[in-house]
Write a protein that binds this ligand. Structure first.
Ligand code: PGA
Length: 252
């Protein structure tokens, strides 16, 4: 049985003070949700403080990126060891904003996924197509190519623990979400591709999220789709009430 996972990607929002205010408001709202895994991904500067505020609660901590080496002369980077030490459990890898603005390649994404697993972090891998690619009927081919390259260094024992967020790029931060049926179709496609490459067990255990303009108004339509096991939420995760409403909508 796959436990639904709702993760909030705060992106470059929230100072330490704002982050603490948000989690303090959020904790009592989601504390009762036994059957849903809840994760928040603050910016690096707030991780330590948020980890302390979350201690002993059921809300998990995630980071938004990592570097693949454990230490060294890599100015500006953050290692998996450093994340682990402050209590991070999940890490978003290959978000489309990093692929676009930081020119993050599939090869780098693959190294980051491997480094996360080697250090006991659970990655949330983001994949998804551009609008022109969807309109050209290329969405599945694009996602298949991303999966092939991004998962290249992993074994089935790792892939079964993976979370993959299907995030069509045109749906991120635009208020224009995908059709729930289209998202479910892509989730099924991703599971088939993973099954072909890593076997049935990995495909069955892998959790697949939908991401892209998820709100309390549309979340249930996604989360009740066969094969969609959660959501990666940007904008609507920045307010405790809307994020908690999305968490509540994930209950089976
Ligand atoms: P959004 O972002 O919910 O604001 O569309 C989702 C994401 O980028 O993970």
């Amino acid at each position: 049985m796959r436990v639904p996972i709702i993760a909030g990607n705060w992106k470059m929002h929230k100072t330490v003070g704002e982050a603490l205010a948000l989690v303090r408001e959020l904790i009592p709202l989601v504390a009762q949700e036994e059957a849903v895994e809840v994760v928040v991904c603050p910016p690096f500067t707030a991780l330590y403080a948020v980890a302390r505020a979350l201690g002993g609660t059921k809300v998990g901590l995630g980071a938004q990126n990592l570097f693949w080496e454990e230490e060294g002369a890599f100015t500006g980077e953050i290692s998996p060891l450093m994340l682990k030490e402050v209590g991070v459990k999940y890490v978003i890898v290959g978000h489309s904003e990093r692929r676009a603005y930081q020119r993050e390649s599939d090869e780098e994404v693959a190294k980051k996924l491997k480094a996360a697993f080697q250090n006991g972090l659970n990655p949330i891998l983001c994949v998804g197509e551009h609008l022109a690619e969807r309109e050209a009927g290329q969405a599945e081919a694009v996602v298949a190519a991303q999966l092939k390259a991004d998962l290249a260094l992993l074994g089935a024992d790792e892939v079964e623990k993976l979370v993959i967020a299907y995030e069509p790029i045109w749906a991120i931060g635009t208020g224009r979400s995908a059709e729930p049926g289209d998202a479910a179709q892509m989730a099924a496609f991703i599971r088939r591709e993973v099954g072909r490459a890593f076997g049935e067990r990995a495909a069955e255990m892998l959790r697949i999220q939908y991401g892209g303009s998820v709100t309390p108004a549309n979340s249930r339509a996604f989360l009740t789709q066969e094969g969609i096991d959660g959501a990666l939420v940007g904008g609507a995760s920045l307010k405790a009430e809307s994020f908690a409403a999305i968490v509540a909508s994930a209950k089976k």
